[in-house]
Design a protein around this ligand. Sequence first.
Ligand code: R5P
Length: 277
Amino acid sequence: MLIKGPGSPGLCEKLGEDSGIGVTTERFPDGEIYVRLNGDVSGEDCVLVQTTHPNDHLLELMFILDALRDNGARTVTAVVPYFGYSRQDKAFKEGEGVSSRAIARMISSYADRFLTIDIHGERILDFFDIPSTNLTALDLLMEYSMGFEPDLFLAPDEGAKERVNSCSRGFGVPWDHLEKTRIDGSTVEIKPKEMDVQGMTVVILDDIISTGGTMIEASKQLYDMGAEEVHAGCTHGLFTGGSWKRLEKHFDSVFCTDTIEKGRCEVSVAPLLEELL
Ligand code: R5P
């Protein structure tokens, strides 16, 4: 039984237009969250699809998992299209909390299985005490990008390098990568690199766009080097602080999937999840 999480309404509709049950959510005057399952789940194998951004959706996820258990679901699979806090996957400084581990532990205490898409680092899966799976939406993003007739797929940093490398082969498009250094939460530096992109259409692909700083730095270099068209695609479009508008000025197009339902979401991850359901 599909449980349509309130954080992923569009995606859930695609997955189960005429099936599954929804979840009612309300806010109390003080902002606290109320959830209620809109159907009987007792004895069912339940698949909850619920993203975790912004924070309220993370709390809803916990409360819905608790309600599924309390109402007798036989098994619970937590499908979390965007697993938030994934960039805090270790204590970078003494005393820091490892947020992604805390969330993994909470999910493990309720669910039987966990599934996500393009998690920032596969190592986070080790934090789960239940079987956990990471799928990639990169093939879907590349398929969409083929409409631009790309000459090159580009990973903006080392982290995205392997992902782009392994998928680009299937499309017969060459790939390359840049080297990024993060200065702080909203500033990045990208090392200048000799690349022949003169007159080319380049598609930069990353797992997350947040402030847009990474993508914008990369696009500046590409245009400086003579690229004809530059497009930016990502799995998780956080578009923090309205970065969407800034990005549009620096790219021929910007596109993302529906793991977070902000903006247009040109590419749906539904085909990846349909098989599971
Ligand atoms: C970081 O390693 C991620 O893969 C993304 O590159 C990063 O989160 C993008 O953030 P921003 O859009 O703020 O530069």
